[in-house]
Design a protein around this ligand. Structure first.
Ligand code: FES
Length: 115
């Protein structure tokens, strides 16, 4: 059964344990409609989430190299800012980003984003 919590009048769904996500790596979860959401662990506990589709040619960002709060796409090396999904200049484009709620153990996404 999925774990949910209510905070700030929003429903959040637990999607992973923080430790399920490799440090400086990613884990992919799917929305109900099958969209892949990549959860990136950028620091000891910090997790950021963007759609697992590069805005260039849909490369799997979850397989890229995480550095700081960016990921380098494995296909053509665009850099994506994991805070907002924006490509770093001179490249232009944006992957959808997701709001993450986390505590020391768990990572939550908004129930509305998981539809
Ligand atoms: S598909 Fe990501 S850089 Fe080309």
């Amino acid at each position: 059964m999925e774990q949910t919590l209510v905070r700030d009048d929003k429903i959040w769904v637990r999607v992973a344990a923080v430790t399920d996500i490799p440090l400086l790596g990613a884990r992919v979860v799917e929305t109900a409609s099958g969209k892949p959401v990549a959860l990136f662990r950028t620091g000891a506990l910090k997790v950021l989430a963007v759609l697992d589709r590069c805005p260039h040619k849909a490369g799997p960002l979850s397989q890229g190299l995480v550095h700081g709060e960016r990921v380098t796409c494995p296909l053509h090396s665009w850099q994506i800012d994991l805070n907002n999904g924006e490509a770093v200049a001179p490249d232009v484009g944006c992957a959808k980003s997701f709001v993450v709620l986390q505590d020391a153990d768990s990572v939550y996404l908004l129930a509305d984003d998981l539809k």
